[in-house]
Design a protein around this ligand. Structure first.
Ligand code: IMP
Length: 202
């Protein structure tokens, strides 16, 4: 159970993520783990859920606060689910977003239109403490297709090659507010908010 104004530590130093989460989880102050000099945990899991739990447990342990972590990535059907949990390092350790995107396009060369289905997924977890046996787990999925060439300048990562079918444009062509209202991360965050509210003490 969480007290109404309970602070949460976020297992990320990304200011954009902190702002986005703070705006939705209104009543709960969000603190970045970087303020506690936390050393980031290694993402050794083979699923998004495992990696999100590893990150949240690490933050909860070092900050002694309930901790939120997210893990996200791209799943491409024609590549048997790759890049999956290694989305951020698909082209190798230290690879840039552009390196990863170019590798994806190379791997998808020659794949026909009807076999280019893909989805962004996001898992968000909240652990009350490092030994919490019942973490809050929320998930979001955003269905799309992989384009043959990059378009658009918004967003990050694979956004320039992710076709959003309802809008017939790449995710990198959507205004940020529209992307947030549709995206895997936006959906997971909304679900997390509802689940946290349900565990709030009265
Ligand atoms: P993380 O969950 O922030 O570590 O993101 C993992 C990786 O998945 C990112 O580095 C991107 O390559 C990819 N990714 C996750 N979400 C998005 C998105 O909304 N747009 C584009 N790429 C994304």
């Amino acid at each position: 159970m969480f007290a109404k104004s309970q602070s949460f530590v976020l297992a990320s130093g990304n200011p954009g993520k902190i702002r986005e989460i703070q705006a939705i989880l209104e009543g709960h102050p969000i603190v970045a783990q970087s303020q506690f000099n936390v050393i980031e945990a290694e993402e050794t899991g083979s699923t998004f859920v495992e990696n999100a739990i590893i990150k949240a447990r690490n933050a909860a342990l070092h900050c002694q606060l309930p901790a939120i972590a997210d893990d996200s990535g791209l799943i491409v059907d024609a590549l048997n689910g790759a890049p999956g949990v290694i989305s951020a390092r698909y082209a190798g350790k230290g690879a840039s977003d552009l390196d990863n995107l170019n590798k994806l396009l190379r791997d998808m060369e020659g794949v026909p239109d009807e076999q280019r289905s893909a989805r962004f997924v996001c898992v968000m977890v909240l652990m009350e403490h490092a030994d919490d046996p019942f973490p809050v787990i929320a998930q979001g999925v955003w269905e799309g297709r992989i384009l043959t060439h990059p378009v658009g300048i918004n967003g990050f990562g694979y956004d320039p090659v992710f076709l959003v079918p309802d809008y017939q444009c790449a995710s990198a062509e959507l205004p940020p507010a529209v992307k947030n209202s549709l995206s895997h991360r936006g959906q997971a965050l909304k679900q997390l908010t509802a689940l946290v509210a349900a565990r709030q003490s009265v």
